[in-house]
Design a protein around this ligand. Structure first.
Ligand SMILES: Nc1ncnc2c1ncn2[C@@H]1O[C@H](COP(=O)(O)OP(=O)(O)OP(=O)(O)O)[C@@H](O)[C@H]1O
Ligand SMILES: [Mg+2]
Length: 298
């Protein structure tokens, strides 16, 4: 299998000096095209830090990251921005939708900044929303949708231009078990279409969908094994050597397979001004500015 992502001996140290945090400690990881990988580990183990590296949202303190064989550390900011735009679709726990835009406009916005023509972006946005089952919600604003629907809008935004890699950080972290299953079905579908899907999660049910499970603990990879479909939740629990963790999904009752009667209405807090929108000739580099991102992830 061709190596799409190759990380060698990567370290990330926050606040170097006396109070330094070694969030990634000599991590090596290779991910091929069309893999479906779950990265699991307890809170603070370094999952999001690793995702930020994989997504070129941050740079490592040391180590090598080869994406399609090119050394990412040698790329300029503009080139990194190009890679993010063309290669990677991001999905975050906090959805990161813009509250005063409709579902359609949220999906369309990055396409506008990428210079896609009106006709093409309308087609792409509609097709992406149709794919996540939201063709009837195009004109709804985030506050008018359930958490699961908002996350599906965020997925539509991530996949509208068919990036080869989908990076999802706790995509179901704010969702009930019914919505979580819908999101996982969509991610499975994207994988079956040939995308590389990397999901970061606390949730073993979510991890059980992946074909490969990488466990990270204190910034180090402690196991990396194929999931042939015969790993049970208990098996994955045993993989987590730091002891059992209680997940929301353990205590939530199964919700019948229908639109949730009392949908969880998540009031998105991000507005246009919270986004760091970096525009180059062809690209938009759209992500939440530091504090807002942290706030949304809490
Ligand atoms: N910007 C930062 N400055 C300083 N320390 C940080 C920063 N970001 C993360 N850390 C620390 O790095 C370590 C790894 O954090 P990270 O966010 O990667 O964990 P995580 O596995 O994603 O946790 P969670 O499951 O809670 O999201 C933690 O100890 C965290 O406190
Ligand atoms: Mg995290």
């Amino acid at each position: 299998m061709a190596s799409l992502i190759e990380i060698r001996n990567m370290c990330k140290i926050y606040n170097p000096g006396e109070n330094e945090v070694r969030a990634l400690d000599h991590v090596s990881l290779s991910i091929g095209e069309n893999e479906f990988v779950a990265i699991i580990g307890h809170s603070g183990s370094g999952k999001s830090t690793l995702m930020n590296m994989l997504g070129c949202l941050d740079v490592p303190t040391s180590g090598i990251y080869l994406l399609h064989g090119s050394d990412v550390s040698l790329l300029s900011d503009d080139e990194l921005s190009d890679i993010r735009n063309q290669e990677i679709g991001f999905i975050f726990q906090g959805f990161n939708l813009i509250s005063n835009l409709t579902a359609f406009e949220n999906v369309e916005l990055p396409l506008i900044y990428r210079g896609v023509s009106k006709k093409e972006r309308t087609n792409l946005a509609k097709e992406a929303l149709r794919k996540v089952g939201l063709e009837n919600r195009m004109t709804h604003k985030p506050s008018e949708m359930s958490g699961g629907q908002q996350q599906r809008v965020a997925i539509a935004r991530a996949i509208a231009q068919a990036p080869p890699v989908i990076l999802a950080d706790e995509p179901t972290g704010n969702l009930d078990s019914h919505s979580s299953k819908e999101i996982m079905n969509i991610l499975r579908q994207l994988h079956s279409e040939g995308r590389t899907v990397i999901v970061i999660t606390h949730d073993n049910d979510i991890a059980a969908n992946a074909k490969r499970i990488v466990h990270i603990e204190d910034g180090r990879i402690t196991s990396d094994s194929a999931n042939e479909g015969n790993l049970s939740r208990d098996d994955i629990d045993k993989e987590i050597r730091s002891g059992p963790v209680i997940y929301d999904s353990d205590i939530k009752e199964e919700i019948p397979n229908e639109e949730p009667a009392e949908a969880v209405i998540e009031e998105p807090t991000a507005t246009r001004d919270d986004y760091d929108i970096k525009i180059t000739d062809e690209n938009i580099d759209l992500h939440l500015i530091g504090d807002k991102q942290n706030e949304q992830e809490e």
